[in-house]
Design a binder for this molecule. Sequence first.
Ligand code: ADP
Length: 403
Amino acid sequence: MSDHVAGAVLVLNAGSSSLKYQLVHPDTEVVVAEGIAERIGDHDGSITHEQDGEKTTETLELPDHLTAIRRVRELFASGGIDLASAGLSAVGHRVVHGGRTFYHPTLIDDHVIGEIRRISSLAPLHNPANLTGIEAAREMLPDVPSVAVFDTAFFHGLPEAAATYAIDRGVAKLHAIRRYGFHGTSHQYVSEQVPPLLGKEPSEVHQIVLHLGNGASASAIRGGDPIDTSMGMTPLEGLVMGTRSGDIDPGVVLHLHRVVKLDADQIDALLNKNSGLKGLCGENDFRSVTERIERGDEAAKLAYDVYIHRLRRYIGAYMIDLGRVDAITFTAGVGENAAGVRADALAGLENYGIVVDPDRNAERSRTARRISTDDSAVAVLVVPTNEELAIARQAAEVVGERA
Ligand code: ADP
């Protein structure tokens, strides 16, 4: 009944209160099913599941990730797929922080789970949630190999000058404080699409990738190797994001503690959940920010201006880092859809060989495309990211190597 599933990979992305999943064939890119369980841990959880073109949403109590994943398995079963016996090649897990330990996709065993747990001090908001997904999947599908794909991995080889914070070296070393970078799966996937679009070899291409989603990050990549990225020890550094501040004077953090009397958890919540676009205008969804600007809302306009100002600053820095830039690529929800952001991020850079074509930029499309003019020395591209497919491919590769 579920022959068309043999060899597919179940990709899981477990957040603190959500579980995103996709069943995808890594070779053909065919997505068999996908969905999301939300508000795990609350009374009013929900699961939206889409399989063979049919979409269902149900609300139910989801006390934990194991309950959610068991229900997801039942939903698959009612669509004719028994996950345990369908011949899945792997379960691929997104794991946010690999620390200095993990920089390749890694087959998960008890030892690896212990190490991911140990690294959790570096990513207390993310790694424990990822682990609940791993443990739930191992319990439900004990015979399918699980592979962890780390968000930090692509940036493992960052040059020391880019990875090092200018603080006391002893303290930094003892506590593994350095810049790790995140969204690596997306930056790698997107940057690998670029050389063929330019008709060049990967080793020749100098590029900037702008991953602008709810979280946002930029990277500078030379010949396939990242030489800088905007996120640091945690995903809080860098660009202005939906709810995160991005770069901020560390003195502000001290002030919030000493003068405003916020404790560490309150400052954490302020900077991670109530800053960025949301902190500035009350909205973290970019579409709502844009709608409010159109209605003349000044707070939304300022939020937008701060967002663009920071983005341009990183683009400028990375142009200097790279020396020569062949391509600037936009990806993720905002990058793929918000033509205005793309235009404003690169406005007035004709002297640097960057010319966006307004008509190409305005075109709506879901495929990779060039939006710069034919004579723009730097190609400006939009390349849809696909982290699930990238995780599925990497997981299948690890399992294939083992076989
Ligand atoms: P996540 O980081 O959660 O994976 P996404 O990559 O899905 O985020 O991006 C979510 C963001 O993309 C939201 O701010 C959303 O408003 C924005 N977005 C999605 N579609 C559009 C659109 N058509 N125009 C502008 N912004 C959009």
